[in-house]
Design a protein around this ligand. Sequence first.
Ligand code: SF4
Ligand code: SF4
Length: 357
Amino acid sequence: MSVSRRRFLTWMGGASFATAVGRKAHAGTNKEFKGYPDSMGVLHDTTLCVGCRRCEEACNKVNDLPAPDVSFRDESVLNQERRTTAKAYTVVNKYADPDRPGGVTFRKLQCNHCKEPACASACFVKAFKKTPEGAVVYDASVCVGCRYCMVACPFNIPAYEYEKVLDPRVMKCTMCHPRILEGKIPGCVEVCPVEALTFGKREDLIRIARDRIRKYPEKYVDHIYGEYEMGGTNWLYITGTPYEEIGMREDLGTTSAPELTAGALGAVPIVVGLWPVLLTGIWAMTQRKEKISAEEKKEAVAQAVAKTEAEAEEAMAAAMEKARKDQDAAVKKEVKKALEEAKKAKEEGTDKKEEDV
Ligand code: SF4
Ligand code: SF4
């Protein structure tokens, strides 16, 4: 598939950027941090989106996610508002808008890759990191499963593998970070047939968005979502339908999560020192609970096995006892029969002798 200029703005810039940046990823907890100025992002223009769900399908393929319950070709799922799950890093929703052609607006949602992520801010083991490329990535190997990131995310994005018994993970869009490092574009952007998604440097995307709004003021709401929300995000939106009507929060403000947290905690200095201790304590309690629960399960299984074995032994002993009794009865019967026959034979012998006499 050819990559058009619009689909992948400054593609070469992005490719060289991926290899040239040598800075370490940011854990998102420093309130002075203002994001990476050259980082990449995606612009979603909802006026172009046709709700085909190709982006969902591509995401599923690229990330090797399980097959969906309903086929990607089935557009009936658009009739209900969905959120991201552990099996779907991105979903497209449909919203009624009588002022739009066709009377609907489609919006794709996924992790917005905040410049200063609340998920990273809330994670005390630093499982989330803001990369210089713009993606917010997650390291399952250090995650302790406390799920504070899920509570902290203002966009309700991270999902948890609740169904997985061993090592469940937090799951969310990675902006195809491994592909970006290889100089490729995210899978969803590559596949979108109408170029509703554009990948490029965040700053350039903002310029493009402004330009479209300026040229077609009758078509667009005069606001780039993500330019400033929660300190800014690397995934940006422009739309012809008011944001609140396509399920996007307009009450978030422009202060980033780390700044908000620092302000709140700064007012109670003692809490700042206690915070890690508190979180570690909660984590330890969670671990203990899980350990106890695992031990209880093991004990229950051992008891069930022992009970089954005891019942089997009991049944076997009863069967053997019955067999022995049956055998005894049969032997007794045979003996009795033999004795009766012997007695009868003896009596018949005696009678014959008497007749002969
Ligand atoms: S949208 Fe949520 S999960 Fe994604 S970076 Fe922001 S806070 Fe983290
Ligand atoms: S592939 Fe493009 S047009 Fe289709 S649903 Fe996704 S963003 Fe919209």
